[in-house]
Design a protein around this ligand. Structure first.
Ligand SMILES: Cc1cc2nc3c(=O)[nH]c(=O)nc-3n(C[C@H](O)[C@H](O)[C@H](O)COP(=O)(O)OP(=O)(O)OC[C@H]3O[C@@H](n4cnc5c(N)ncnc54)[C@H](O)[C@@H]3O)c2cc1C
Length: 403
């Protein structure tokens, strides 16, 4: 059944995509009294292939949305990111961390938008509606029927698959910047044995990384990922990598992963998905339209974390729309907000050099183990309480080894 004509309400902002980015923007906009229509091609309660790790930026975004408590009531709390180097050295960096399967997290967020007054409809974005150069809404497909929806603003929060970006003429890079694969393992016997967000840059998974994250209810999220900038000068490229083979190599080479697979049961299938990182691959705005979240490349390279920054970029766009009725001023404000985030992305991108030169990772872990000051600094970067700017330069990186 298609949505009847009369059911499409007057809309100030059409938000396309009910992932963390779209739902965060919809909630903020609806709280400000704007009429928001949030659409997703999938029904509420859909799953998303992800590691489900919530790092400090996600905690901060959820706190701003007023949804942190609700999320933490269901999530597994975690105290450290465990960084495991190519030679097996390990450093545990403290931080505000958690794990909650995306099916649950995204439903809390979408329902948070609805509770604030946004309407939700299941519909697919087909193309922007244009009035000259300006986007004035979208052509949406409701269960078989295509309908035009007019809105003052359209936010594209459509994630890493570039189809909607392409339809809007805003995709500047077709291929993803990374790919990753995850599975869920039910292993009650491993509870208490894997307690950190373990990210392992073991030699066997080069040019990628593997992870083990403790989820609620005796479940664990296990996966592998690889991004373009992981490969060193002579490294393999992500398109040469078979993720399933990389996953098997990770399990064989990393003893806690082997123990998890031995002690537990895989629940469902291993699933892969693309990543769009480092604020690259899309034009961020055009008159009447803003691109937010992973569609704008908001995921961090190196670790593939993107939930927090998806919400943060989307709230930047929402704030800009709320702040001014002037289209150009709102777009400029949003783009300036993204520019301010750039040093954080540069840091994660630069960290990939560590992956290309494994001895550097080993050295860094060895240094951090001996230097509480360095560990504190790493924790500050993770918590986003330290400015990463000075770490982005080679000089800054060199200083890490001297502290
Ligand atoms: C294997 C893997 C592991 C990851 N692990 C982590 C992790 O542990 N921690 C972390 O922070 N990040 C992780 N990420 C990254 C994280 O998943 C993304 O950064 C995050 O989902 C981006 O949120 P978003 O709202 O921008 O997009 P999404 O969550 O992808 O949401 C986009 C929504 O748009 C909808 N949509 C798309 N096209 C249309 C259309 N044409 N019409 C209507 N709706 C549409 C989709 O159905 C979807 O619901 C991982 C990614 C992968 C692939």
């Amino acid at each position: 059944m298609s949505a009847p004509e009369a059911a499409l309400p007057p809309t100030d902002v059409l938000v396309v995509g009910a992932g963390p980015a779209g739902s965060a923007a919809a909630r903020v906009l609806a709280q400000a009294g704007l009429r928001v229509l949030l659409v997703d091609q999938q029904p509420l309660g859909r799953d998303k292939v992800c590691g489900d790790g919530l790092i400090p930026d996600a905690h901060q975004a959820l706190a701003r949305l007023g949804l942190l408590q609700q999320v933490m009531a269901q999530a597994e709390r975690v105290q450290h990111v465990g960084c495991i180097g190519p030679s097996g050295g390990r450093i545990d960096v403290p931080g505000s961390l958690a794990v909650l399967p995306r099916r649950q997290l995204d439903e809390i967020l979408a329902r948070g938008a609805i509770a604030a007054g946004a309407r939700f409809e299941q519909a697919r974005f087909e193309a922007p509606l244009l009035d000259g150069e300006r986007v004035v809404g979208a052509q949406l497909r409701f269960d078989g029927e295509s309908r035009a929806l007019r809105a003052r603003w359209t936010l594209l929060a459509t994630g890493a698959v570039p189809k909607a970006l392409q339809a809007a003429g805003l995709c500047t890079r077709q291929s993803p910047s990374g790919v990753a694969l995850r599975g869920y393992v039910h292993a009650p016997a491993m509870v208490g044995r894997i307690t950190a967000l373990e990210v392992a840059w073991t030699k066997a998974v080069r040019p990628g990384y593997g992870w083990l994250f403790p989820a609620p209810g005796g479940h664990f999220n296990i996966g592998v990922g690889v991004s373009d900038s992981h490969s060193g000068p002579a490294g393999r490229k992500k398109q040469d990598v078979n993720l399933r083979a990389l996953f098997d190599a990770f399990v064989a080479a990393y003893p806690p992963a082997a123990a998890l697979m031995r002690e537990g049961q895989l629940v469902g299938e291993l699933k892969g998905a693309p990543l769009r990182c480092t604020l690259a691959g899309a034009q961020f705005t055009k008159p009447g339209l803003m691109v937010v979240g992973e569609a704008a490349g908001s995921t961090y390279d190196f670790t593939g974390e993107g939930i927090g920054k998806a919400m943060q970029t989307a709230m930047l766009a929402a704030d800009a729309i709320i702040a001014t009725a002037d289209d150009a001023a709102a777009r400029a404000r949003y783009e300036a907000g993204l520019t301010e985030l750039a040093p954080k992305y540069k840091l994660y991108q630069r960290a990939n050099r560590v992956n290309a030169f494994p001895w550097l990772a080993d050295l860094l872990i060895w240094r951090a183990k001996k230097s509480p000051r360095l560990l504190k600094r790493m924790s500050g970067v993770l918590e986003e309480t330290s400015n990463p700017g000075n770490l982005v330069s080679f000089k800054g990186l060199a200083r890490l080894f001297l502290e």
